[in-house]
Design a protein around this ligand. Sequence first.
Ligand SMILES: C[S@@+](CC[C@H](N)C(=O)[O-])C[C@H]1O[C@@H](n2cnc3c(N)ncnc32)[C@H](O)[C@@H]1O
Length: 881
Amino acid sequence: MTMNPRVAMAFSAMKEIGLSEKKVKPVLKNLLRVYDKNWELIEDENYRVLADAILDYQEEHKEDVEKQKRKKKEVVESHEDSEPPRLKRLRQDCQSPRPLVRRQMGPNFDLTPRVEGIESYGQGMSGHGALPLNMCMLGRNELPPYEDYSRDETEEPPAQLQLRRKRSEQAQPVSPHINFEDRGRGSLLAPTICKRSEREVPTAPIVVCLKEPKTEPGIEPLPPKKNLASGAQTKVLVKPKTEPCNDGFQPSGVPAAATLPPNPDCRRTQGHKDQNVSSRRHGVEALPSRDADAQGHEDQNVSSRQHGVEALPSRDADVENGSLRGSGTLSKNGGLELADVAEATRASVELASSTSGEVKISLSCNYFSGQPNFRLPSMDEVFKMVEDKCLKSYKIIDPNFSLMNLMKEMCQCISDRASDSTDDNQETLMQITPDLDSQERSNMRISLGATSDHEDSILIPPTSINRSVSSHSSAEVIEPHTPQRLALNGVVDLQGTIIQPNEEVLSGGGNGSDMIVEQTDVRSSSPSGFICVRQEISTPDDIRSADDTLVVVRPSHDVNDISKGQENLPISTVNEVSSAPYPPLFYYISKNTIFRSAHVNCSLSRVGDEDCCIGCFGDCVSSSIPCACARITGGDFAYTLDGLLKENFLEECISVNRDPQNHLFYCKSCPLERCKDGDMPDPCKGHLMRKFIKECWSKCGCNKQCGNRVVQRGISCNLQVFLTAEGKGWGLRTLMDLPRGSFVCEYVGEILTSKELYERNKEITDVDVLTSNVLLDAAWGSDGVVKDKDALCLDATFYGNVARFINHRCFDANLVEVPVEVESPNHRYYHLAFFTTRDVEALEELTWDYGIDFSNRSDSVKGFRCFCRSKDCRDVKRQYI
Ligand SMILES: C[S@@+](CC[C@H](N)C(=O)[O-])C[C@H]1O[C@@H](n2cnc3c(N)ncnc32)[C@H](O)[C@@H]1O
């Protein structure tokens, strides 16, 4: 049914002053009824009457329920003898549209009914001729019994409704906190909280008391429009009648004479009572609840207070305990059109908070109309239960143990931790930052919850976010950024074998135009409108949000040092080519990190005497007799005294790359093939046999400056990440001349088993994110079947170092990768180190040969179109075949 535009306008006007449709609707309906659909009166002064009525209703809710009940009871008792109980048939047949109210309005207007013949009831009660009867919150069938007094239209109405203006004739600002001043004498806008028997007693006509609104600080007065007061003296105001209310709302179609069910508010009040009492014991102040139905939330708030908790402003919270059930009953039995709260399903309570309130723990209950008995229990009850459980389960015997204190402490710890910028362990914290596209907007914020007031950026420990932050929790907000396809869609082993999770063809290269850029706009897909973030993008699960959208959150880059101080030298980032901002975000790590199941046993106990040089002292390389650590390299160290790779060693490494066919071995049962889940794995495609370096390490007697400790000392040349002009995307270059055989950097990433990587890539491929991984297979084939747990890979897609920027160059790349054992003597796990294959000049790009076979369609298409410009480019050759 289309909404009456005037109703819509009224809703909209009220919305502007913060009154929800749900609150406006019942009051408006009753006003329309009372004012005989005289919209002008309602619309006058920017809906002042309506606003007043609503706000007074809310205010009235704060009244003590018992007091009202007592009053009502008194009224009932005082009238019981004089009035027949003929109240049930009210508006059933719409036959009594008599003017019941004399419309009057003066400068001091009253909307006070004068009940002819029964005037004494009201006057006796209030002194203003008003009876303590709520009109505005009554449903249609709750209209007061005066309608039962069949009267002729021409007769004097049984009551007069007079708007009584108390203090001034001027229009007043509408405040959300206007009080009725005559609440004590039973103003009409209070919710009906009465028993069924009370309602069935004949009572006096409707009384609507409007009083001067008070101006709340900070609320601008509404501009005086048509002055209600000045022109009001002759205005006909109110005529409650028994017609079906067809004022734009959905008709109920239910006979109005039905006996009213118990008012939901009664239950609500009761429902909250326990909670209130309970909460007070904890002695904390409650926040004002924005939309909360005054009484209901008052209770809730009180409840919260006692736990040191504040009741959250809950959008739906004005339908709280029991009210859902109550409204349903009303609708069913009484056809109460106003009871449209069945869909309201949420209640939120803040449980604990840090001292300054920036960190809070809140409880949110979702329930549905299908759970009519849903009632938020007393928090004390709950806390007691949990504490008892804790005592039972965890044997916490300290009688002072308090869950509330625990939660408070937790909030405080988070707060302290989050704001402790000098923390040494800062790397374990996550900095929520803007994407680099919007780096200038550096004050990106995290909002802990959609309604959080605290929007300052904070650091959050990864573990606290991993998996827990989703669209549902309305957690941190971060601008969506553009995860870029990083490298190869598959694992490139050192020979060029690629683990291909599937045969999907990926296009694009490393440049701005060809590179496939994945736009992950989580905002658009997040139900809450917030962007979901994950801190650890370490598993396929982790990179998906609750709504199954890829969520990529990485820390921001420091353009002056992409390593953020983790390397010996700062590594700057420059873009001299385009307006594209900075590289895709990732976690910079300078050391390999085990993802989950990778079996990397680096314990000292596994390093036998034959694998270290306990007896050495100082610098092993300068010693006349090479130590045990040189055994693997044929009794001679791979490094020169200057720390460069020796010529012959380097040549061998290069030739393995350039002439792979002569350096291949084949697994009996290749873990790469096994991990693809096939019952009949394909035969091994071959792996390169490489030459290893073994560096001295902790169990060795030499010192840190020993010449056989090159890779483990880390980067020692000036490097820079830059945007290539050839369309390869970001690349790495040296800022200084490097002699041939210089160590440049190691390939650092997460260590995964090949199975894990396969699964990850499969998952990532599903969402079109390219990966950047290498296979640590340099020693495979040497001793039979490689166990799955030993088939290790490095993945720098999410966690990596500067090597993830090294682009591919066919054949004559200026870097070569060399397996280097440091901690582990068993060849399964090693470091992959890059050395220069020739002298490299400052500002030259550093490249290595990924070993991709561009002639193998399935390999090359998953990689990229090569822009290496090598005269031996395999991709170019393929095109000319
Ligand atoms: C390990 S990443 C290198 C860094 C990458 N350019 C970046 O911007 O992050 C590998 C990716 O760079 C691009 N790339 C590397 N070498 C390339 C080449 N010779 N030609 C074209 N694209 C290349 C490809 O997109 C490849 O998937």
